[in-house]
Ligand binder design. Structure first.
Ligand SMILES: Cc1cc2nc3c(=O)[nH]c(=O)nc-3n(C[C@H](O)[C@H](O)[C@H](O)COP(=O)(O)O)c2cc1C
Length: 217
């Protein structure tokens, strides 16, 4: 596929045809995705292909509490899980709410499930002393995750970066034998899309690109 077509049509795919992804396709996807950048080119990444059904079920279950919190915060008109505005949704409300299983269905049912991990000892966290949530660390792993989705699209597949499960990182580490120093960055269902979207909703360039200052022309 043409690069710009891939970039414009790689959507968050959550519904998959029940058809396994051939091992050689996954190999090819990661073979190309590995050219992603990382701080200092440290490449402190490891991707786990979770094929065991019981492990997948457990990962989906572990994603449910954060998915519930996300949904309640959305319903309250909040920007979910942001670190600037405190949430009005209480832990009690989250604990009592019905579990939105439909939100994690794609984790249970995807033909392929990848868990993307990163060695925190190899991540340059340039913003670690700033008084705000860390952003730069993610830059050493999410380009790989995104490259996986771009390569999957090029192969006729789709998927999603999901992060709900990250809220239960210690449990996922224990489940998959991930050392404590290795963070879980993403849980990625992959497969053949039931429907390929081609017109993604994104803000126009005039709202993104400015000259010389944040509020420049
Ligand atoms: C950092 C990050 C975290 C995300 N976490 C989740 C998640 O936990 N669950 C989920 O279903 N989608 C998750 N997504 C997918 C986004 O919701 C999706 O990329 C966005 O809504 C755009 O969707 P579209 O490409 O289909 O328009 C995440 C995406 C990113 C980049």
């Amino acid at each position: 596929m043409e690069l710009y077509d891939v970039m414009r049509t790689t959507f968050a795919c959550r519904e998959f045809v029940p058809e396994p992804m051939p091992e050689e396709t996954l190999q090819r996807i990661v073979e190309h995705a590995r050219f992603a950048p990382s701080g200092g080119n440290r490449q402190g990444w490891r991707v786990i292909n979770v094929t065991d059904a019981a492990l997948r079920e457990r990962i989906a279950d572990l994603s449910l509490p954060a998915a519930t919190r996300y949904l309640l915060q959305m319903q309250a008109g909040e920007s979910p899980l942001n670190t600037i505005h405190p949430s009005a949704v209480t832990e009690e409300q989250v604990a009592q709410a019905a579990r939105p299983d439909w939100l994690v269905e794609h984790i249970r049912k995807a033909p392929t499930l990848l868990v993307v991990t990163v060695d925190l000892a190899l991540v340059a966290s340039m913003d670690k002393d700033l008084d705000r949530v860390g952003l730069v660390s993610g830059g050493s792993i999410y380009p790989l995750a995104w490259n996986i989705l771009l390569a999957a699209r090029n192969e006729g597949y789709g998927g999603t970066i999901t992060t709900w499960g990250v809220a239960c990182e210690p449990e996922i580490q224990a489940l998959l034998n991930i050392p404590p120093q290795w963070a879980v960055a993403a849980i990625m269902p992959l497969g053949k899309p039931v429907k390929q979207l081609t017109r993604l909703k994104r803000r126009p360039v005039e709202e993104i690109l400015f000259t010389n200052s944040w509020d420049g022309s």
